[in-house]
Design a protein around this ligand. Structure first.
Ligand SMILES: C[S@@+](CC[C@H](N)C(=O)[O-])C[C@H]1O[C@@H](n2cnc3c(N)ncnc32)[C@H](O)[C@@H]1O
Length: 252
């Protein structure tokens, strides 16, 4: 079955444990271009490099690294996504080294210290039950001098306040995590929506800095990286408020 068809089925599967309202087929399609543009505009050379996507999702970003000759590894907590990303590699006639289930998602990364040259961690940190621990694990598996692409969303963007991307409800995104999770589980009957929503980019930057990884904003190149969306000029300052994107390097 084609990967897009699998993605459509995933969207329809209401029993699905993640119940992501923020991932749909068009988002999944756009990830390939986002990865390509990221590599182009950051002038990243990943040929022959070991790259890990810590939550490979629909696989688009990792495929863009494979196109440039990287040795690709992917992890995900969702069997559905593992199938989808493998199907996507196959359809694009690309190779991966290993795409595998991450049983304790967000906790111990099943690879040795200083194993990877590049980490992809996009729209993922907020899913980790203990995101600071997740950051320490990511930094542990990075080689000295390794690079990282981090993408995150912010909680206080008006569109998200009116309709949270994770439960489609107004104002839940503003609630403290424990109360929000309680409402999601007990009132909305949604399982596993244990998200931490970031307010400020310094929260993320400081967490990585503790482990010697310096993150830099790539706001100035977002227009190019996400050009597929072709938003009008006026939207960009707002877009930058909504999403945070960084490139980072681990100290040698
Ligand atoms: C919004 S998707 C992003 C997918 C992909 N990184 C991308 O940018 O296209 C969020 C991903 O986080 C994964 N995820 C959910 N819970 C997780 C956890 N506890 N630890 C790690 N990843 C998790 C989901 O399965 C999903 O693939």
């Amino acid at each position: 079955m084609k990967w897009e068809k699998k993605m459509d089925l995933w969207e329809k599967d209401k029993k699905h444990p993640m119940t992501h309202k923020d991932v749909d087929t068009s988002y999944a399609i756009s990830r390939l271009d986002a990865g390509r543009m990221f590599l182009k505009h950051t002038k990243s050379n990943v040929k022959g490099k070991k790259v890990l996507d810590v939550a490979v999702g629909s696989g688009g970003i990792l495929c863009s690294f494979a196109e440039k000759g990287a040795f690709c590894y992917g992890l995900d907590v969702e069997d559905y996504f593992l199938e989808i990303s493998k199907a996507r590699f196959k359809e694009l006639k690309l190779k991966y080294k290993k795409i595998s289930k991450w049983k304790g998602g967000g906790y111990k990364i099943p690879y040795p210290d200083e194993y990877f040259d590049f980490i992809i961690c996009t729209d993922t940190l907020h899913h980790a039950p203990k995101w600071r621990y997740f950051v320490s694990e990511i930094c542990r598996v990075m080689k000295p001098g390794a690079k990282i692409f981090v993408g995150e969303e912010r909680r206080w963007f008006p569109q998200y306040i009116l309709k949270s991307p994770h439960d489609n409800m107004p104002f839940t995104i503003l609630l403290p995590k424990k109360l929000r999770v309680w409402i999601q589980k007990n009132i909305l009957k949604l399982p596993s929506l244990d998200h931490y929503m970031f307010s400020f980019s310094f929260e993320i930057k400081n967490a990585f800095k503790k482990y010697g990884v310096e993150l830099k904003d790539i706001d100035h190149m977002k227009r190019e990286v996400f050009e597929r969306n072709k938003y009008p000029e006026i939207i960009w300052p707002v877009y930058n408020l909504m999403f945070m994107h960084f490139i980072g390097t681990k100290q040698k």
